[in-house]
Design a protein around this ligand. Structure first.
Ligand code: ZN
Length: 297
């Protein structure tokens, strides 16, 4: 089944609840970057959060949201971005990190990411300069860090759950998450009630493994109250890179550097950090990037 994000309003439109099945998306990221368990969990959780933030915080098709996390743990930096049309992409600086399980028998994401560091979210909505909100990491487990980001930087009382189940062979069994946001008009009693529902909710990975849909997860969070479902959005890992895109960047290199690639290397290779795609540039490709050869055809 394909990934998607379900969303709904609850309690007189005082709350928005999003839930995502991101299994295929995180599988694709794991496969492309060959991540090991701790790196997979950290990148997967960040991708799920990015998808949920993009679904909740962007309005137009060209809008883009970028998440940068830099903690003091062994996975290093995490960089992801997401669009309003349900695509996400991203990478982790150190893909090959495995760690012993933590005290509750789970992948130790807090140790992998680190407990000290920064989480920054940049929104580029096409008008004006992109806006960045930045907060210190508060746990390194990431769900709490995104909850803290929403509260501090966007003044949105929220609860976030992010969950990736990694198989023994490093492949991804399931991945998903939820995001509960209080809207203007929400009162503290309602918020406490929903937060209590969230606290008793099993991990999203457990719910997905037992066959629950994102809609059913939303209903579990809403409790006995009715929910009004909005349009679901498909979700997938996708990168907008291309040979032309990297060619445009290479064309800005000094002439001498391009000439060196032609004379000494007989071509050039470039790899997209976000998706791992490799592009080869032949001597003819590189010559075509040089301003002189472009103008004397
Ligand atoms: Zn790419």
């Amino acid at each position: 089944m394909s990934d998607y994000i379900a969303s709904a309003l609850s309690r007189d439109e005082h709350f928005r609840i999003f839930a995502a099945d991101a299994t295929q998306t995180v599988r694709e990221a794991q496969r492309r970057h060959d991540t090991w368990s701790a790196s997979s969990a950290a990148l997967g959780r960040t991708l799920v959060a990015t998808a949920l933030l993009a679904a909740s915080g962007l309005k137009n098709a060209d809008d883009m949201l970028t998440v940068r996390i830099k903690g003091d743990g062994p996975v290093g930096a995490l960089v992801t971005d997401g669009t309003n049309v349900g695509t996400v992409r991203g990478y982790v600086e150190e893909p090959h990190v495995n760690l012993p399980l933590n005290l509750v028998g789970k992948i130790d994401v807090a140790r992998a990411v680190g407990k000290r560091g920064l989480l920054a979210v940049t929104k580029d909505i096409g008008v004006g300069d992109p806006f960045t909100g930045q907060v210190p990491l508060v746990s390194g487990e990431l769900a709490e860090d995104f909850t803290y980001y929403l509260a501090k930087s966007e003044q949105i009382p929220a609860a976030v759950g992010l969950s990736v189940f990694v198989n023994a062979d490093n492949t991804i069994q399931v991945a998903g998450g939820f995001m509960l946001q209080a809207l203007p008009g929400a009162n503290d009693a309602e918020l406490s009630e929903l937060e209590a529902n969230v606290k008793t909710l099993p991990l999203v990975s457990e719910l997905l493994k037992s066959g629950l849909t994102p809609e059913q997860i939303i209903q579990r969070i809403a409790g006995d109250e009715p929910v009004q479902f909005l349009d679901a959005q498909p979700l997938k890992f996708a990168c907008n890179c291309s040979k032309e895109h990297f060619g445009d960047i290479m064309a800005t290199l000094p002439h001498a550097q391009l000439q060196e690639m032609i004379d000494q290397d007989g071509g050039a290779e470039t790899t997209c950090k976000f998706c791992g795609n490799q592009y080869h540039y032949s001597v003819a490709d590189l010559e075509a990037l040089m301003p002189d050869t472009n103008s004397c055809s």
